[in-house]
Design a protein around this ligand. Structure first.
Ligand SMILES: Nc1ncnc2c1ncn2[C@@H]1O[C@H](COP(=O)(O)OP(=O)(O)OP(=O)(O)O)[C@@H](O)[C@H]1O
Ligand SMILES: [Mg+2]
Length: 458
């Protein structure tokens, strides 16, 4: 006969105790009653911040928002579809090994605590009876990528992981998202997120995610350093450097869904997102400007999976900042749920609509036009980027619709059109201040390198 039980778990941000989480369960169902109570030491610390936006810094137990099982940033540190499937398999195997006859009911907090402590998203850590949760499973390195990818494929096909091959369990169950993936250590010890192909993928999805990284760099959008590892003639693993770690230090992270306290099914428009991000950010102008370029590029490569967990924020010493952009996947067909502007269409996201709301992105109309042109100019290089990454020439025809939709023509027809210089990398020149500005190419002056820049016409 199962009994009610309460687990008391310490919640830490890096090494600092932030509070305690109590999880009450009835032992019969996955239902959990969760509370969080700040530690006095955290509330009086100079660097204290709300561990999730719905948890104001005050004494006493606090509950998740009505209708939610868990606090937003705790959900961001939890596994999603992919990780939960793997953890469920781990629970199944443990139950079988114990001869338990059934899998223990596990709610959201239960899954959160099963995640590997070393690799969990963001800076939240959980400690019970002096032990950090969880520590089962082996870590993986880049040399394990082929084996991990093969395990991921088998798991997708059979729904089972062989116990003797449990590398994927340890490395693959903590990242969020729905696609097969794992955290691996690079040769220098830093962590990378590896995204694997799956049988149902149409085309080389990982290669096109890498193309999107290159185009974003050209458009001046911040991305994590990323690369491809060839797997077969037609497939790759996409590798991207972990942005919520600085050596061993963990950087607090929350999704835009958490920051805006949205429920799972909310899809605010980009004007609203930019305004809210500017409100939260330690660098409101830079982050709102960047949100403009991201929104434009997302629409112009038809990235339809731009839900609110695909935008995130990192906590720096000065406060929250937009994280590097991630999970941008160009697709030739499909519809996003996130409009560009209030009342903006979804079937055809017209990037010119953003211009009416340039203020919300902290841009003048002219600066907004220049950004659209910079994004369009970057995207126009999609073929050469894809080919240089090893795309099959035949796949270009299929992907053309992703990159050469109506928006490319619309931006081309915008007037006035100041020159846009594509630097082909993450170093993007400051945009010209007025349409009359002239471009001075890179040159040397008094023996020093002067990078290309715009200069006012004399
Ligand atoms: N470079 C990175 N560094 C740290 N965390 C990352 C990085 N890239 C992604 N993440 C985190 O991992 C999660 C999953 O990654 P990603 O969104 O790329 O996967 P996905 O499976 O394609 O997602 P979806 O379910 O949206 O399709 C993200 O929501 C984000 O929290
Ligand atoms: Mg995602």
């Amino acid at each position: 006969m199962a009994a009610r039980s309460i687990r008391r778990v310490e919640v830490l941000i890096n090494e600092a105790l932030a509070g305690v989480m109590d999880i009450e369960t009835d032992g019969l169902s996955p239902r959990e009653h969760v509370t969080f109570t700040y530690a006095d030491s955290w509330m009086s610390a100079a660097e204290a911040f709300e561990v999730s936006p719905e948890l104001p810094l005050r004494r006493g137990p606090q509950r998740p928002t009505q209708g939610r099982e868990l606090f937003g940033s705790f959900q961001d540190a939890s596994p999603d579809d992919w990780g939960k499937k793997l953890l469920f398999e781990e629970l199944r195997q443990q139950a079988l090994a114990k001869g338990a006859g059934r899998i223990p009911p596990t709610g959201e907090a239960g899954y959160l605590l099963l995640v590997n402590d070393e690799t969990r998203q963001g800076a939240l850590r959980f400690r019970e009876n002096g032990q950090f949760l969880s520590s089962w499973g082996r870590g993986a390195g880049i040399r394990d990528l082929r084996a991990l990818s093969e395990e991921a494929r088998l798991f997708a096909e059979t729904g089972e992981v062989k116990e003797e091959n449990s590398l994927l369990m340890g490395a693959g169950s903590s990242p969020g998202g729905a696609q097969p993936k794992a955290w691996v250590r690079d040769d220098d010890g830093s962590m990378l997120l590896a995204k694997f192909p799956k049988t149902s993928d149409v085309g080389n999805v990982q290669l096109w995610e890498m193309v999107a990284i290159r185009l974003q760099q050209r458009a001046g959008i911040r991305v994590a350093e990323s690369r491809l590892m060839p797997l077969s003639e037609f497939s790759h693993i996409f590798l991207t450097r972990r942005f919520d770690r600085d050596g061993d230090r963990r950087i607090p992270y929350m999704s835009v869904r958490t920051a805006l306290q949205l429920d799972t099914y909310s899809h605010p428009d980009y004007v609203k997102i930019a305004s809210e991000v500017a409100h939260i950010s330690a660098e409101p102008v830079q982050d709102a400007n960047e949100m403009f370029s991201r929104a434009a590029l997302i629409a112009m490569v038809n990235n339809t999976d731009d839900h609110m967990r695909n935008h995130g924020l990192l906590r720096t010493n000065r406060g929250w900042r937009l994280s590097p952009s991630f999970d941008v996947n160009p697709v030739p067909a499909g519809t996003s749920d996130t409009p560009l502007t209030p009342h903006g269409g979804l079937f055809d996201r017209d990037v010119r609509d953003l211009l009416e709301f340039a203020d919300a992105f902290r841009l003048t109309r002219d600066a907004a036009i220049r950004r659209l042109q910079q994004v369009a100019s970057a995207i126009s290089r999609w073929r050469e980027e894809a080919l240089s990454l090893g795309a099959e020439p035949e796949s270009l025809a299929y992907m053309t619709k992703a990159f050469e939709g109506e928006n490319a023509k619309r931006v081309a027809s915008l007037a006035p059109a100041p020159a846009v210089i594509d630097m082909g990398g993450s170093t993007t020149p400051a945009p010209p201040k007025s349409h009359g500005d002239v471009w001075v190419p890179e040159h040397t002056r008094a023996g020093k390198l002067v990078r290309g820049h715009f200069r006012r016409r004399s």
